[in-house]
Design a protein around this ligand. Sequence first.
Ligand SMILES: N[C@H](CCC[C@H](N)C(=O)O)C(=O)O
Length: 297
Amino acid sequence: MRIRFTKMQGAGNDFVVLDETRGTLGLSAAQYRFLADRHFGVGADQILTVRPSPAEGIDFQYVIHNADGGEVEQCGNGARCFMRFVKEHKLTDKTQVRVQTLAGVIEPRMGADGRVTVDMGAPIFEAARVPFDTAGLDAQPDGSWEKWHLALGTRAGSPIVSVAVLSMGNPHAVQVVDNVDTAPVAEQGPQIEHHPRFPQRVNAGFMQVVDRSHIKLRVFERGAGETLACGTGACAAVVAGIRLGLLESRVDVQTHGGILTIEWQGEGQPVLMTGPATTVFEGDIDVPEVPEISEQP
Ligand SMILES: N[C@H](CCC[C@H](N)C(=O)O)C(=O)O
């Protein structure tokens, strides 16, 4: 099947974007993995699909698959690219659209400077809704969610990390580190992603607080590995930092791929994310029924 795609990136988090507003392609998980494959396919962290409005008052449906082919609830950097895509492809004449995701409705808005702001909705702290299994964990002194002590491994001497656990529609476990450049992202990222207390797995964030309005962040993403930036991860990290009393309500998040600006006014309030969204190129690709993808090197 020959399909048209658009390659996009938001702060270096990169995407293959598919237009299904005039008919669905019916791709399998293996075909999503093929498109994301950096050797046999196009290469991307996630595959984003644009579908027609599912209901009155909603402009589009937004479907997200990780590089591993699994469908997920939310993608923040992808939401900004979604807004640019529907403008550039003349699928809307609006500068702000309402978009249905598995996690609910989000509202990206194209700014005059070409950056995009997205109302990402309110964070979710209830462990069962992340989901996060707290059975047997020391209850937090004030029922807080910011400092769960997670044992990485069962051997004596396995590290125990203190993570803030929350959802931006997708699950996040964020820890504060002294230096993101030396943080054990490659080692602890997979251990946290696959930790048995996260039945849906989890995105693992490593946050260095520079000052009360600046952090540095690395994220080992569920289903994609470490990415150059993670929009929902930036939202989760800032919310955690504010609740830990370390950050103000508006924070610049420095990632390997660029700067994201996150604002949160507190409990029950939405998280606003602002950042870049870039179209890299358009292309066509033959997607085999049974695609060949890279074996792990
Ligand atoms: N890996 C994430 C989805 C993509 C999130 C990220 N790319 C973003 O910008 O929010 C998950 O499995 O929940």
